[in-house]
Write a protein that binds this ligand. Structure first.
Ligand code: SF4
Ligand code: SF4
Length: 132
């Protein structure tokens, strides 16, 4: 009993190892694979990420731009199918597509899982979903 009391007393002054989630969050590690994201300005529209994706969740369409260069028609990401393998990031020659750090991705509607990678504010809702 004295031993147990000693343990209790000792732990009264130790910093807790737990976090007050969701108001406090662990920073994700460098190699963590969260939602896929895109630096659109770096993308050369080669389509290699689309070809290598094992679940066919990336959909890129290009058109000819005003300067005869390739331009985006759309670049969509079906998060519902993504297995977070990271192959798209590995194969991209310009590091345009990458695995982000967002992991809180519960939604009520299927439509929200179909992401427009060209929309700059696509992940605003999930970036800080619970911290007020
Ligand atoms: S992480 Fe894997 S499954 Fe998800 S988009 Fe990239 S290649 Fe496809
Ligand atoms: S592999 Fe990279 S550069 Fe090529 S289309 Fe995909 S994101 Fe763009």
């Amino acid at each position: 009993m004295i031993k147990a009391l000693f343990v209790t007393l000792k732990n009264l002054f130790v910093k807790p190892v737990t976090l007050q989630y969701p108001t406090q969050k662990m920073p994700m590690t460098e190699r963590f694979r969260g939602l896929v994201d895109l630096h659109a300005e770096k993308c050369i529209k080669c389509g290699q990420c689309v070809k290598i994706c094992p679940t066919l969740c990336l959909d890129l369409a290009v058109k000819e731009g005003a300067d005869k260069k390739k331009d985006f028609e759309h670049f969509k990401y079906n998060m519902e199918l993504c297995c977070f393998c990271g192959l798209c990031e590995q194969v991209c020659p310009t590091q345009a597509i990458y695995m982000g750090k967002i992991y809180e991705i519960a939604v009520y509607e299927h439509g929200k899982l179909h992401i427009d990678l060209l929309n700059a504010g696509k992940y605003d809702e999930w970036a800080h979903p619970t911290v007020k």
